[in-house]
Design a protein around this ligand. Structure first.
Ligand SMILES: [Zn+2]
Length: 164
């Protein structure tokens, strides 16, 4: 995705109040992000660990989604798959992240939930090449397909948050 500034990010949110966007803690590794290999920017708030952010590139520019992880009982082990990358090899935790819907619907209390890698490492997961095999002779093609699928699923989640 195109590199963003912290200011771009703060002004991109579709389901956060201005004060929520102002209070967010930028990702700790912001200055060293590998934007070329990110399909979205996702991170957990270091100071508010139950809060996460997903900034999705769209034709209209970056679109940010504020997410919350439920307080307890929400920590999923790898028995469940991240709905975005569907990575079956990763040992990282997956959390049920909940987004308030955009606009009036969200102000009325409507939310959308989905399982996403706890630390939003999906872009790295889908770029891990599988070993070449008879069934899968071209690892690069597999990666390209996985990247495409990750983007599609992320767009779909973004649309669900936007939908009135
Ligand atoms: Zn994932």
């Amino acid at each position: 995705m195109h590199p963003l500034s912290i200011k771009d990010i703060r002004s991109s949110f579709i389901n956060a109040t201005r004060s929520e966007a102002a209070k967010l803690t930028p990702p700790g590794n912001f200055d060293s992000l590998d934007w070329d290999n990110l399909d979205f920017l996702g991170w957990r708030d270091e100071k508010m660990p139950l809060r996460g952010y997903l900034v999705v590139p769209t034709d209209q520019g970056p679109s940010g989604i504020l997410l919350r992880a439920p307080e307890s009982g929400a920590r999923k082990n790898r028995a469940v798959l991240c709905e975005l990358c569907r990575d079956v090899f990763s040992k990282e935790d997956v959390l049920l992240w909940v987004a308030r819907r955009a606009g009036q619907s969200g102000r009325d209390g409507n939310t959308v939930g989905t399982l996403i890698c706890a630390d939003f490492i999906c872009s790295a997961n889908v770029r891990r090449e599988p070993p070449a095999s008879e069934i899968q002779p071209d690892p690069a093609a597999v990666v390209a397909r996985q990247v495409g699928e990750l983007r599609e699923r992320t767009d779909r989640f973004h649309s669900r948050v936007l939908k009135r």
